[in-house]
Design a protein around this ligand. Structure first.
Ligand SMILES: *Cc1c(COP(=O)(O)O)cnc(C)c1O
Length: 401
């Protein structure tokens, strides 16, 4: 694994102060300072250790099922007149890319001597990925979840419980993800010594965005090898990924950030339309603010209160975007597009019929933009298929024509 690769020369990776351009940092309450400082001081050293990398590697291989295939999608390629490959994160254990990160963080937590894991979850996908690795390692797991989300996401709540986690309802505010996050942070303040907080995307205070990006960077590391084998060139023309907090995109972009010839396309959820009032297209609607202890782009009111986002896919329903992506947007290194609920649904049905793969609704947002890119027949395009569609079946059935 190349997760400890030196990136200090890069203008797109995090700098030694924890910033990506104007974005990032660690805007934490004083009482969390020792925890975050401990992580910041140790994470690079720990993930550089050969024994850590060997264990991470082995679990990714034998437990997660990596490397995930890079699949040439022939019929999709014929339709969009380019060479389209799918990076099959949907085939991972637990059905999405999120487990790459939770495996990395649980190994880190063990080396920091932590006995207990906390996490927050919206749709429950990160909660399940966290409960999974806690069961694997025999560590206690507490997952905070908004009480409304607990009702909406019953199957994932059942999975977490079956995996031995305690699911604690967050009953304040809007009773959704941001309230669950507040509860998790409150817990961490009260249990700073024995507890590690596993954040599920490239969000939160430094060093989380960089740490999570490194654990997910296995995605682009594999892509380079697989593309070289299949096309003779490690670099594609385009990499396309959906962005909620931005972790699958960060993983798919990581080893290409400094390869300016590779076009990076980030796709946000437009919900019912960017200007409909029911959207999660943060780069289009957001302004600089602080969310989850990080300075980044954030959907907010004139008074700086967080605006409730909307997307048909729970994994993209987040009012901010990680600081790396805010920087990629501001510098123009990545192109930011967005797809509506309806476009994502259409793309999910299309992939199912053309390739026999039912994608997660989140991943379908990335697929939905193939029609809007100026693709040429010789272009090599990689779409990060971040997850499988099993969890979205109810939504798909409701909209089946
Ligand atoms: C959670 C999730 C996402 C969004 O999270 P990122 O951190 O932006 O990757 C995307 N796809 C799937 C399948 C998810 O479960």
């Amino acid at each position: 694994m190349d997760i400890a690769v030196n990136t200090s020369h890069s203008k797109y990776h995090v700098n030694d102060k924890g910033y990506y351009g104007r974005f990032g940092g660690a805007y934490i309450p004083e009482m969390l300072y020792p925890n975050v400082e401990e992580l910041k001081e140790q994470y690079l050293q720990i993930i550089s250790e050969p024994a850590f990398q060997a264990e991470f590697d082995q679990l990714l291989t034998d437990y997660v099922g990596r490397p995930s295939p890079l699949f040439f999608a022939k019929r999709l390629s014929e339709k969009y007149k380019a060479k389209i490959y799918l990076k099959r994160e949907d085939l991972n254990h637990t059905g999405a890319h999120k487990v790459n990160n939770t495996i990395g963080q649980i190994l880190l937590a063990q080396r920091l001597g932590k006995k207990k894991i906390i996490a927050e979850t919206g749709a429950g996908q990160h909660g399940v990925a966290t409960a999974t690795v806690c069961a694997l390692m025999g560590l206690e797991c507490v997952v905070y979840m908004g009480s409304i989300d607990i009702e909406r996401q019953a199957p994932n709540v059942a999975r977490m419980k079956m995996l031995g986690a305690t699911v604690v309802p967050a009953t304040s505010g809007s009773k959704t993800l941001k309230d669950a996050t507040n509860e998790a942070i409150r817990h961490w303040i009260n249990h700073p010594v024995d507890t590690h907080y596993i954040i599920g995307s490239v969000v939160g205070p430094h060093p989380y965005p960089d740490m999570v990006a490194r654990f997910q960077s296995v995605v682009s590391e594999e892509m380079r090898k697989q593309l070289l084998e299949k096309t003779g060139n490690a670099n594609p023309d385009y990499v396309i990924a959906c962005v909620g907090g931005g972790s699958n995109a960060a993983g798919a972009f990581f080893h290409y950030l400094d390869e300016e010839a590779v076009k990076l396309v980030a796709v946000e959820a437009a919900g019912k339309g960017v200007n409909s009032g029911f959207s999660a297209a943060t780069s289009q609607l957001g302004k600089m603010g602080i969310i989850h202890a990080s300075k980044t782009l954030l959907m907010q009111t004139e008074d700086g209160q967080i605006v409730e986002p909307h997307s048909i896919s729970a994994g993209l329903d987040y009012p901010g975007v990680g600081p790396l992506h805010a920087h990629l947007y501001e510098t123009g290194r990545a192109q930011f597009l967005n797809a509506t609920d309806d476009e994502a649904l259409a793309a999910a049905y299309e992939l199912s019929l053309l390739e026999g793969i039912i994608p997660a609704l989140e991943s379908a947002h990335a697929l939905a933009k193939l029609k809007d890119l100026p693709l040429k027949p010789e272009d090599v395009v990689v779409v990060c298929l971040s997850g499988r569609g099993d969890k979205d079946l109810e939504t798909y059935i409701k909209h089946l024509k």
